[in-house]
Design a protein around this ligand. Structure first.
Ligand code: MG
Length: 308
């Protein structure tokens, strides 16, 4: 029996937003072509945020339009935090949006200049608009385990925030270890509890690999029943407003873990390496997840040998 995982690729958004050098729109389109060719079908493409806040996302409108024009069977998601962002996303033709609420008050203030309660109110209004517009939605429950400023979060607080958002109605809820400081036992426990309360079908986990335990966290989430995972090709990423947030869990690491454990992903592992090597020239430094060293030892610098 082979079960399938859904990989939600956040590379173009969460992956690139922290890069110091600006990546051009044509380069982002190359990255997108690679992701589609590798079989990724759920892609968080950009963020409709003020260009001054996140300069890397200044081409959000243009990028979303160009992606939609491709008419490929993939979902391109735009991250939106307010009404203005929503208007821009709609104008760019965006039909899938992600919103976010922080469990931690301090992170909410630093990231979006509002309290958690204000974040919930705004998200409710955005979800209502999305329902009217027939837009697919996901909501991030940010800093669900650890806040970069407040430290460990109470699981009860995380559950209460997740339940509040869930009751508003969203297609997907992504529980986020925003800075990658959670550990496997607490990841498994919280996901199991949320699965019990909300059902596991539409729960995702968003992991970072800051402390080299991203894969361990993914494993306990998998054991808890989670089947939707956020990853970033090459392990790029971080959050400009969360000190200490390092790269996202690498897509290639998770795809390989799934392969080893008998889960399907629909993602071509070899094709991912074309993207990783291409990314390196875009960002001007080494990329690749934990599995990079092994892959290089098997294949040399080029991903040329058969994978099996
Ligand atoms: Mg993130």
């Amino acid at each position: 029996m082979s079960e399938a995982l859904k990989i939600y690729e956040v590379g173009p958004r969460d992956g690139l937003q922290n890069e110091a050098s600006l990546i051009s729109t044509p380069d982002k389109m190359l990255l997108l072509d690679g992701l589609i060719a590798a079989g990724l079908r759920h892609i968080e493409l950009t963020s409709f945020v003020h260009p001054k806040a996140v300069p890397q996302m200044a081409d959000a409108d243009q990028l979303m339009r160009a992606a939609i024009d491709k008419q490929v069977p993939a979902r391109f998601v735009g991250l939106v935090f307010n009404e203005r962002g929503y208007d821009r996303a709609i104008a760019a033709g965006c039909r899938s949006m992600a919103f976010g609420v922080s469990v931690s008050e301090t992170f909410s203030q630093k990231n979006t200049h509002r309290t958690t309660e204000e974040g919930i109110r705004t998200t409710r209004a955005l979800l209502e608009r999305a329902k009217r517009d027939g837009v697919w939605t996901r909501v991030y429950i940010m800093a669900a385990w650890v806040c970069p400023f407040e430290g460990p979060m109470s699981p009860l607080q995380a559950i209460a925030t997740a339940e509040k958002v869930w009751e508003m109605g969203t297609d997907e809820l992504a529980i986020a270890d925003t800075i990658g400081h959670a550990h496997p036992i607490e990841v498994g426990r919280l996901m199991e509890e949320l699965g019990r309360r909300l059902g596991m079908d539409r729960l995702a986990v968003h992991l970072h690999d800051t402390q080299a335990i991203g894969l361990a966290n993914a494993t306990t989430a998998l054991q808890a029943g989670v089947r939707i995972f956020d990853t970033s090709v090459g392990g790029l990423g971080g959050c400009p407003f969360a000190p200490g947030a390092a790269g996202n869990l690498a897509t290639e690491d998770l795809v390989y873990l799934a392969f080893k454990m008998g889960f399907g992903t629909g993602v071509d592992f070899e094709a991912l390496w074309q993207i990783v090597y291409q990314l390196e020239s875009m960002v001007g430094r080494r990329a690749g997840g934990r599995i990079r060293a092994w892959w290089d030892s098997v294949c040399g610098a080029e991903p040329a040998v058969a994978f099996g």
